[in-house]
Design a protein around this ligand. Structure first.
Ligand code: NAD
Ligand code: GDD
Length: 327
């Protein structure tokens, strides 16, 4: 039986990945600073621990592991990563997790490690035209990410590749493009646009309005988490290190995305564009490389993933409303 460690198992993608590995017959250890709020703890072993502490990395990374999936990071949507107020914490916390995990993996002789990078590492100057952003893998350099979160991801990609080169750990690196779906953060300030818009629509009175940050003409592509996990597994099983995009090529403007969610809800709502943290003007996954190297690329239509997510977020809102208020 293969043994895997999922770092960040208390989080959104990590939680889904634990389930996927279990369904494939793996023995799975999870580690995170927090429990997974939505999962039924499907990992064989779940350790609450802070990977900024090298002793924790040393404890959870044992020499019997076949694979490590490093998804632990200080992360959030535009309201968290593009305001500038969390920059030092994001860089400090995420880079420490990566350093500690890699060093322990080297010391314990673990042979294969996955790293979750982000589309946020692509240069800002290639993402100014909302209708024609460039995010092909080779366009990463000369580097010019628009956020410190993106710079940290770019540095850490290089860190994983350096450990591969100097210490023989097989690195597999993916650049995720805005992953969404059930069990993703949907409130509290770290939520990304897909969850935020679903929440706003679900909470709005029929006939009312919802607020969308910016002029709504900025573009993104959003990928349902099941496809992301499929991509992670295919990359891990391949002989290609990456970095490679894992994202959707179905680009959409934010206002059109909001219209899609409103349509799914069956409500009649207007859109109010307001100032907010924006990030790049346009972004879309380029899937040529993943198709070439893995013979596969995500194909689930955006609307299908949004329908599932809208239903799930509506249920969460209902549960919160019904929760008894603590005295
Ligand atoms: P998430 O916030 O749900 O999961 C990250 C998990 O890491 C959290 O549960 C958090 O508690 C944990 N963590 C943070 N600091 C830790 C520490 N010091 N020790 C132990 N655990 C710690 O986010 P996610 O969406 O599941 O993202 C997973 C990974 O994918 C992250 O590295 C993120 O940067 C990357 N990524 C995600 C997206 C996306 O759209 N979701 C896009 C690009 C990259
Ligand atoms: N979060 C959020 N909430 N974004 C909104 C909202 C809202 O209510 N309304 C409009 N937006 C706009 C943002 O201003 C931004 O222009 C766009 O929707 C997308 O925002 P996010 O989904 O929050 O972030 P992102 O796509 O810019 O970046 C995310 O994806 C990256 C990977 O592609 C972040 O989560 C990054 O951390 C991640 O690496």
């Amino acid at each position: 039986m293969k043994k895997a460690l999922v770092c960040g198992a208390g989080g959104f993608i990590g939680g889904h990945l634990v389930n996927r590995l279990k369904s494939e017959g793996y023995w799975v250890r999870g580690v995170d600073v927090k429990e997974n709020e939505y999962e039924n703890r499907n990992a064989d072993e779940f350790i609450l621990g802070d990977l900024r502490d090298p002793a924790v990395a040393d404890e959870v990374i044992t020499s019997d592991l076949d694979e490590i999936y490093q998804l632990a990071a200080d992360m959030g949507g535009a309201g968290f990563v593009f305001t500038g107020t969390n920059d030092a914490a994001i860089m400090h916390n995420s880079v420490l997790c990566n350093l500690n995990v890699l060093e322990a993996a080297k010391n314990k002789g673990v042979k294969r490690i996955f790293y979750s990078s982000s589309a946020c590492m692509y240069p800002e100057h290639n993402q100014m035209d909302p209708n024609n952003p460039k995010c092909s893998e080779e366009s990463a350099y000369p580097a010019n990410p628009d956020s410190e979160y993106g710079w940290e991801k770019l540095f850490s990609e290089r860190l994983f590749l350096a450990y591969q080169k100097n210490h023989g750990i097989e690195a597999r690196i993916a650049r995720f493009h805005n992953i969404f779906g059930p069990q993703g953060t949907w409130d509290g300030g770290r939520e990304k646009a897909p969850a935020a818009v679903c929440r706003k629509v679900a909470m709005a009175e029929d006939g009312g309005s919802i607020e969308i940050w910016g002029d709504g003409k900025q573009t993104r592509s959003f990928l349902i988490v099941d496809e992301c996990v499929e991509g992670i597994r295919r990359l891990m099983l391949s002989d290609f290190s990456g970095p490679v995009n894992i994202g959707s090529e179905e680009m959409i403007s934010l206002n059109d995305f909001a219209k899609m969610v409103i349509d799914i809800s069956g409500k009649s709502l207007s859109i109010n564009n307001i100032p907010g943290p924006l990030g790049v003007r346009g972004r879309n996954s380029d899937n040529h490389l993943i198709q070439e190297k893995l013979g596969w690329a995500p194909s689930t239509p955006l609307r299908k993933g949004v329908e599932k997510t809208y239903d799930w977020i509506s249920e969460q809102i209902q549960k919160k409303v019904l929760e008894p208020v603590e005295a």
